[in-house]
Design a protein around this ligand. Structure first.
Ligand SMILES: [Zn+2]
Length: 155
């Protein structure tokens, strides 16, 4: 019989026992990456309590991602609110810069839309003006016609 080993998924923490010859993929995450092998004999891992396994795998997952480890332990390493504030400040500044770009885009779109609307309205107004002048021309002729019909005018 082939040797067994405990494998864990660094993405979700799922673990299971597989033969060492296999390259198991996480059944939960369904990603192509192969699960990581626990670096101890599977019987040893099996004899650990759930809590111990949890701690062990948490450490293993953190160790595989130094930046995650650094982020999680940074506040505990020493009392250093300046650094945290500075980091937050950087994030805020980046967000502000991003926001400014977005606002500029929105402003540009707003201006463009209004310009288009104005142009269209300008056309409509011009057409309306034309229509009014025609109506006025017709109206100015109306009295004479009416007068003619009523026979009151000295046309
Ligand atoms: Zn997983």
């Amino acid at each position: 019989m082939r040797e067994l080993a405990a494998f864990y998924c660094p993405r979700c923490g799922y673990y299971a026992y597989y033969q060492t010859s296999r390259h198991p993929q996480c059944p939960r995450c369904q990603v192509p990456e192969v699960m990581s092998m626990v670096k101890m004999h599977y019987t040893e891992f099996m004899h650990m309590s759930c809590r111990e396994r949890d701690d062990y795998l948490a450490q293993a997952i953190l160790a595989a991602n130094p930046s995650l480890m650094e982020r999680l332990t940074a506040p505990h390493r020493k009392y250093d609110s300046r650094r945290i504030i500075a980091e937050m400040n950087t994030i805020i500044l980046n967000l502000s810069a991003e926001n400014k770009v977005l606002n500029d885009t929105v402003r540009w779109m707003h201006d463009t839309i209004w310009q288009l609307l104005r142009e269209r309205r300008g056309d409509a107004d011009a057409a309306k003006q034309e229509g009014i002048s025609q109506t006025q021309a017709a109206a100015s002729q109306e009295p004479s016609e009416a007068d003619g019909l009523l026979g009151n005018g000295n046309v």
